[in-house]
Design a protein around this ligand. Structure first.
Ligand SMILES: Nc1ncnc2c1ncn2[C@@H]1O[C@H](COP(=O)(O)OP(=O)(O)OP(=O)(O)O)[C@@H](O)[C@H]1O
Length: 227
């Protein structure tokens, strides 16, 4: 369960004070498949960074399965990012010279999982995201965009996260490949009971999630019934 309570984040830009996240609250039960839409610059990435503990809020709380991550010491935050959260980015952010399988094994290595177990789980996850077996050992920079995004989703799942945060996961893909990636994320939220929160400016993508929110002028409102 993800509970976001009264998050505020401000930036100073010259003489102006920006408030891209202004008293945002949100509750998502485990296994939710949700999206946040908003115009460019509306604060979507800022909010996602706070939920993933990549950035700190000025005030408010983020509770993941009742643990308040906004008050965790740095050492525990590192473990939170590694073990409880999976990140999926528009640019995939894979290690280009490592194979698909090695990319998926990497977060498990950081978590201290023995090598044989890492290899077995990576192969299993790459199968879950429907990456053809013949490319499991191919270097990431030799895979198509859609394949790279599948690898990055497998990597996000590596340490059994409670929450997957995806920032414009289909932004670099053609429509058909993007659709397949969204279906994959939807199936994962159902089968693995992982909460998946997608941030996008693409309304048709958002329309395929179960709950939809809009971030506008710092405020988050649910628009599930509108679209
Ligand atoms: N580190 C920072 N310092 C100053 N201003 C920032 C910082 N990070 C973000 N901002 C500002 O906060 C606002 C929200 O930015 P953010 O990247 O969260 O928007 P977004 O909705 O994700 O946009 P996009 O869809 O273009 O990625 C913008 O006005 C941005 O310039």
């Amino acid at each position: 369960m993800l509970q976001v309570r009264n998050i505020v984040k401000q930036f100073r830009s010259g003489d102006t004070l920006l408030t891209p996240v202004n008293d945002v609250s949100l509750t998502l039960p485990q296994g939710s498949f949700a999206s946040i839409v908003g115009k460019s610059g509306s604060g979507k990435s800022t909010l996602l960074s706070i939920l993933g503990a990549l950035d700190k809020a000025d005030s408010g709380q983020v509770l993941v399965n009742d643990v308040d991550i906004t008050s965790l010491p740095d050492r525990k935050l590192t473990a939170y990012r590694r073990d409880d959260i999976g990140f999926v980015f528009q640019q995939y952010n894979l290690m280009p010279n490592l194979s698909a399988k090695e990319n998926v094994m990497l977060p498990m290595e950081f978590a201290g999982v023995p090598k044989a177990e890492r290899a077995a789980r990576a192969a299993e996850l790459l199968t879950t995201v429907e990456l053809p077996p013949e490319v499991h050992d191919r270097k990431a920079n030799r895979l198509s965009g859609g394949m790279q995004q599948r690898v990055s989703i497998a990597r996000a799942l590596a340490n059994h996260p409670k929450l997957i945060l995806a920032d414009e996961p289909t932004g670099n893909l053609d429509e058909q490949t993007g659709d397949l990636i969204i279906e994959l994320l939807r199936n994962l939220s159902r089968k693995q009971e992982t909460t998946i929160l997608v941030v996008t400016h693409d309304r048709s993508l958002a329309a395929r999630t179960d709950r939809r929110f809009r971030l506008s002028q710092g405020k988050l409102e649910e628009i599930t019934r509108e679209t």
